[in-house]
Structure formats: C-alpha cells, structure tokens
Design a binder for this molecule. Structure first.
Ligand code: ZN
Length: 253
C-alpha cells in the first residue's frame, strides 16, 4: 500500500497548515497521514509526548475564562501537572497581548475557497486578537521549533491568506476592518525551549501575493505527487508518528 498512487478527488483539494508542513517535511508522512488517513503512534507531537495538546487546551480554557488567565500551575483532567506544560503556560503569560488587545476567540476555524483553483484552504487558529488600531492578529501557539522569520513559512503564509480573505464585517468579529491587508498580523508564540518569544509577520499586499503563490504552488505539487518519497532525518523522524512502521525512518534510529 505504501507509495500507492495518489488519486486526488475529481473536485476539491483541501489544504491546512499541518498538511502543508507534513508535505514539505516528508511526503511519505503526508501520504500516510493525509491520503491514507492513518494515525500512527498518535501521541507524538512537537514536544515529543503530547503535552503540546495540553498547552493548547489549557490556554484555550484560560482565555475563555479571563479571571483564570493568570492562575497558578495546576493539574486537572485535561492538563496533568507536567513541567513542560507549566513552563509553556508561564511563557505565554509574558507574551499574551491581553493588556492591549481584545480577545476575539480561540480555536477558530477559518476557510477560504480559492477562486478558480478547486482549492479549499482551511486552518484552525489558536487565538485571535483585535488591537485598538484595528489590527487583527492571528496567533499560533508553538511548543516546538519556530523559525526566526515567517516570510517563507508555509503555515504562516496560509494563516495570512485566511485572515486577510475573511469577509469584511463578519458578524462575529464586528468591525469592518476585519481582513484588510496591512491590518492583519500572523504571530507564532514560541512557548517551548529556552527562548520564549514571538515571531510575527505583518500581512502586507506583497506578503499576500507571496502567500497566494506559495500555497497554490504547494497545492499543485500535492496534486502532481505520485511517489511520496520519505525524507529520513533524525530530528524529523523522532517526531514522526509513523517512524516505527516507515521503511526509511528506521535508518535514522
Ligand atoms: Zn493570554
């Protein structure tokens, strides 16, 4: 079954940030996860054992109930008392824009249908903020590696496209400036590792042009791919949920 030809649906190709990331890092992983729909050893994430999921859940809960936002470390059913999780939550406290911006919501699903491309772009953003000058900020919580700049990061470009193409005046977000290029920013919060911080991308008209080209080109590559070769690499394979069954991944063990 491995390497089976990819038969794209005659209609729509759906791409998300994680799909693009997997396709760029290893086409075999992309094939297993997104074409065959396998889960692999599902508990592996970019912190290694799954705490990234807990960080996201905990931050979502804390923003939904602002009085609990600055609360102490704690464990509950969803969030075990894991030092890596607690460290990431504390890192967020220093990076949270809550003092200056309005929280619009978390875990929001955005979609954009690219005209003439039979391409649906989807993304779940971890948090959305609105600043007093009207800027809309889309944030992604990252517990693993984060690039120093986002100009060529496929995920950030996809979020840029999504945020900037939402219809103006979407009722749930209110103001008509929603989605205006130049008033949109994509931010990664680096919550893992030794250097917490943010990396941001202001979505100018030029960025949008590049985002469109990058995402469309990747979508075309996905449609054309037939072989889905593996790209073994120690760091990549360590985080891959399919490493135990991948014929190429074993070479890095
Ligand atoms: Zn916060």
């Amino acid at each position: 079954m491995l390497g089976a030809p990819f038969q794209p649906a005659p209609g729509l190709l759906v791409v998300s940030a994680s799909k693009l990331r997997d396709f760029q890092s290893c086409r075999q992983r992309f094939h297993l996860a997104h074409v065959l729909g396998l889960r692999g050893d599902g508990d592996v994430d970019d912190l290694g054992t799954g705490p990234g999921l807990h960080v996201h859940a905990e931050l979502h809960a804390r923003h939904a109930q602002p009085q609990s936002h600055d609360g102490p470390d704690h464990s509950n059913e969803e969030t075990p008392d894991d030092p890596a999780v607690n460290r990431a939550i504390r890192a967020h406290m220093k990076l949270c824009p809550g003092d200056t911006a309005q929280y619009l919501g978390g875990e929001i699903d955005l979609r954009w249908f690219a005209p003439g491309k039979a391409l649906l772009i989807t993304g779940r953003v971890d948090a959305m903020w609105r600043y007093p000058d009207g800027t809309l900020e889309v944030r992604d919580y990252k517990t693993g590696a984060v690039p120093d700049v986002l100009d060529n990061d496929a995920g950030a470009l996809l979020y840029a496209l999504l945020a900037a193409t939402q219809p103006s005046g979407t009722p749930s977000f209110g103001t008509p400036s929603f989605g205006t290029p130049g008033r949109v920013r994509v931010v990664y919060e680096r919550l893992g590792g030794e250097r917490p911080g943010i990396v941001s991308l202001d979505v100018t008209a030029d960025v949008l042009t590049r985002a469109r080209r990058a995402v469309f080109d990747l979508a075309d590559d996905i449609r054309r791919e037939r072989q889905f070769p593996a790209s073994p690499h120690p760091a990549r394979c360590r985080m891959c949920p399919f490493v135990s069954t991948c014929p190429e991944g074993g070479a890095t063990q």
